[in-house]
Design a protein around this ligand. Structure first.
Ligand code: CA
Length: 397
């Protein structure tokens, strides 16, 4: 959840000051609020009493994206060769668990592994912020205190139930954590103990995490054995105002409108509920999507996010990416290419911190400087064109 936020370039503001006495009073109120929800005094005292606020999360709560990330850049980083290879390795390594998960929840291994890959890079990136500190801060300061109070109480229930150790509770600034990056309230509703040790542990147990992901999709209306969608071609003059995930029609309507599959397979004349997705408008790839796409969408409420998972799952099934090209002459960069770009920026003297494949504000500033030097539009967006230009050694390097 909230994975899409992590991939955007975001401008950070300095942490605001806070009123220590008001924070203490808030913690006292939180204790009685939590007690009313079944949290014991000892649980509260052990985990929240004395927790210092981390006001840097308030800046993250209010930040705005630095600029719009194009869909092809977003997908180039999430559905890249590395994630496909890692995903195939995970399919093999956890084959028996995934088969049991499919039997129990009806969700295929490729979809479950694709969610895992996009949410936490198969357990590689959980987030680093202490959850209780972030949630205590956000429960007492900022503009969504009631929401975060609910998440704090849910976290305390997870601890009180003995599902997760307190030391394992690190995650995103907003509280998503573990292999599946569930928010604590989602965790309480959806997480399952699949390895049978009596604990629902989405940090320490991969079987619990994979089964919980499948359980989430099942509860979101997953239809076993059905496709998420098909890439399609539109006839000339097609009325694109019919597109949109929530503009659902019977599948036979699209046939009548002249829509065909790019792979030449027939579209069945059925009343299956379906919608047309044009993520980059008329000129980019088009998909007819079904109910399973909506189930994936519900995980993070972003179409780009759902498409990343759906396309990664297809790649794990051995299919290729979209047939139609994205409407750009300067395609986006994979994570390996982003790391290469960062190494080239460092070689040219830019102080951008670690080579991590994440193009944050320091990398963007360096990209702008190089674009200016090269006579390109200085928009801070890095594509293959800039990478190629920088790969040519500069004089004196
Ligand atoms: Ca377990």
């Amino acid at each position: 959840m909230l994975a899409s936020l992590l991939t955007l370039g975001l401008a950070a503001a300095p942490p605001p000051d806070y009123d220590a006495a008001a924070y203490e009073r808030c913690l006292a109120r939180l204790e009685s609020h939590a007690a009313g929800q079944g949290i014991s005094r000892s649980t509260f005292n052990a985990h929240v009493r004395g927790v210092e606020p981390d006001t840097s999360v308030l800046a993250l709560l209010d930040q705005q994206p630095e600029f719009r990330t194009e869909i092809w850049d977003y997908l180039a980083g999430l559905v890249d060769g590395e994630r496909v290879e890692d995903g195939k390795a995970m399919l093999a390594r956890h084959a028996s668990t995934l088969a049991r998960v499919e039997e129990a929840y009806g969700v295929d291994p490729e979809t479950v592994v694709a969610v895992w890959g996009v949410e936490s890079d198969f357990g590689g990136t959980f987030g680093k912020r202490p959850l209780l500190q972030s949630l205590a801060t956000l429960s007492c300061m900022g503009r969504r205190q009631a929401f975060f109070r609910g998440e704090l109480v849910a976290t305390l229930h997870i601890l009180q139930d003995g599902d997760v150790r307190a030391g394992d509770l690190v995650g995103s600034w907003a509280g998503a954590f573990g292999h599946t990056q569930f928010m604590p309230s989602t965790y309480r509703r959806i997480a399952v103990d699949f390895d049978g040790d009596g604990r629902r542990d989405l940090v320490g147990s991969i079987p619990d995490a994979l089964a919980s992901t499948a359980n989430y999709l099942k509860r979101s209306g997953w239809q076993s054995g059905q496709p998420w969608g098909h890439e399609v071609k539109l006839p000339a003059g097609f009325n694109t105002s019919l597109a949109g995930r929530t503009s659902r029609r019977p599948l036979s309507d699209w046939i009548d409108l002249g829509v065909t599959r790019v792979d030449g397979m027939p579209i069945p004349r059925a009343d299956t509920r379906s919608a047309l997705l044009l993520p980059a408008g008329r000129e980019g790839p088009a998909w007819i999507v079904f109910r399973n796409f909506d189930a994936i969408y519900s995980y993070n409420a972003a179409e780009s996010y759902a498409l990343a998972i759906a396309l990664l799952a297809d790649r794990l099934r051995g299919k290729s990416g979209p047939v139609a090209p994205w409407p750009t002459e300067d395609p986006g960069l994979s994570r390996a290419e982003r790391r290469e770009l960062q190494r080239l920026l460092i070689a040219r003297g830019h102080d951008i911190g670690e080579v991590d494949g994440i193009l944050g504000s320091a990398s963007r500033a360096a990209v702008r400087a190089e674009q200016e030097r090269l006579g390109m539009a200085a928009d801070g967006r890095a594509g293959k064109r800039l990478l190629r230009a920088l790969a040519v050694p500069a004089p004196g390097l």
